[in-house]
Design a protein around this ligand. Structure first.
Ligand code: NAI
Length: 408
């Protein structure tokens, strides 16, 4: 196998370094974000072998980089977002792109549980009074969460994790999702959103940002909530109508809220934050930090480095954003050829003709396709330095339909 190299920009968490080392990938680092030119220069200056690059949000990996560094096999976004990478171009060139969408699931679920308790005990209201020098020692409006009902809208990764934590506190859990989901523990699905809203003491949103969810929680939904219930939103800012929420908080129909995401968020740390919800003591406002923990950063480092190592060593593309998802399993002996091709009629027969011409026996094969591209892994019993294997690779690579061919 050729040597494997990872360039990690932007101080990616040390867990990524550990994973790469354990998988025989040599790590090279660049301290901050890199410009396109610096990235190209740095990548092309690395020793011969297969390359992957790891970035966070500051380093862009655009067409120019992929064009100038043809041996760049994969890009790891060590974050949730992928705007910094030209995904369309990566797909067309057969460059694998991975991110870490679920590494901070637990962090969000824990924050929501904490906020549910804080809201239920009026902690922010009492704390704000104490800061103003007022000793508000009272049990008014303060409740245990045990025995109360938590309504979860969106029972995906975060919603279902939260369901487990809430039940551990003795809460009753209801959920509503547009897709049928297996209830965890004793949680109960509600068919209609209205039914969840009318029964829940706390309603928490965990839906994605889609045209259907934007504005899905407005005045009508707030009014359907129980009087004195609480709302938590740590999903996406566009989901809740903030003006309507303010009105229902002022009317007292909604007792309090915890909001982490906003329709308009400041661009960077330190910027001024404006919101109609500012100034209400019964509202916990946090600056989109639901998933921002050291543990989530460590998980991101581990998760993306594992995905990149799996791709380099086995051709595994599980959760890849640009290639068909394949899980060919570890290669116990011999070698594996990875071929990405244009998904057109006759492509497999052309590959098989090359195989027949070399007379090699294929011991395992996996194929996946997506719209315009296909990916094939082929295992042969001979080692990668055997000339017949090299001949086979060269033959497949030369096919007009091949986009990228690599020998593992
Ligand atoms: P997920 O994709 O695992 O789950 C979302 C669930 O919502 C799915 O089960 C889906 O079927 C359901 N859903 C979609 N449309 C719906 C609708 N109209 N009504 C009811 N259910 C609907 O997503 P995950 O990982 O649980 O994330 C949930 C949200 O949390 C996302 O918006 C994500 O961006 C946000 N998030 C926020 C963070 C923060 O820092 N505050 C950190 C991580 C995620």
């Amino acid at each position: 196998m050729s040597s494997l190299h990872a360039l990690l920009a932007e101080s990616i968490h040390p867990t990524a370094h550990e994973v790469f080392r354990a998988h025989g990938v040599e790590v090279h680092t660049a301290p901050g974000g890199l410009s396109q030119d610096d990235l190209i220069r740095t990548l092309n200056g690395l020793p011969a072998g297969h390359l992957v690059v790891g970035v966070r949000s500051k380093t862009q990996v655009r067409k120019a980089v992929m064009e100038a560094v043809p041996r760049l096999a994969a890009i790891g976004c060590f974050c949730i977002g992928t705007d910094q990478v030209d995904l369309e171009d990566a797909t067309a060139r057969g460059v694998a792109v991975f991110n870490a969408p679920f590494s901070n699931t637990r962090s969000v679920a824990e924050l929501v549980i904490g906020e549910v308790i804080m809201l239920s005990r009026q902690i922010f209201v009492r704390s704000a009074a104490a800061h103003r020098g007022v000793w508000e020692k009272s049990a008014n409006g303060a409740h245990e969460v045990r025995g109360k009902t938590l309504g979860i809208i969106g029972y995906g990764h975060i919603g279902s994790q939260l369901s487990i934590l809430a039940e551990a506190l003795g809460m009753r859990v209801l959920y509503h999702d547009v897709v049928p989901k297996l209830p965890l523990g004793n949680a109960e699905a509600t068919d209609a959103l209205e039914s969840l809203l009318s029964q829940s003491d706390f309603v928490t949103l965990h839906v994605p940002d889609t045209p259907q969810t934007r504005g899905m929680f407005g005045d009508a939904e707030l009014r359907q909530m129980k009087k004195g219930a609480y709302l938590v939103n740590a999903s996406r800012g566009q989901v809740v109508d903030i003006e309507a929420l303010r009105a229902q908080l002022e009317s007292g129909h909604i007792a309090g809220a915890a909001i982490d995401v906003y329709p308009k968020e400041p661009a960077k740390r330190g910027d001024t934050f404006e919101s109609p919800l500012r100034g209400l003591d019964q509202v916990i406002l946090t600056p989109h930090i639901g998933g921002s923990t050291q543990e989530a950063q460590a998980n991101i480092g581990r998760e993306v480095a594992l995905a990149l190592s799996g791709y380099l060593q086995e051709g595994r593309t599980t959760s890849c954003l640009t290639l068909p998802n394949l899980e060919p399993g570890p290669l116990s002996q011999g070698s594996r050829i990875l071929n990405q091709h244009r998904n057109v009629p006759g492509v497999l027969s052309a590959i098989n003709q090359v195989v027949s011409a070399t007379g090699l026996n294929i011991t395992g094969q996996h194929l996946g396709t997506q719209e315009s591209t296909g990916m094939l892994t082929m295992d042969v019993a001979l080692s990668s330095d055997d000339p017949r294997v090299q001949e086979l690779v060269a033959g497949i690579e030369a096919l007009e339909t091949s986009i990228r061919t690599r020998l593992l």
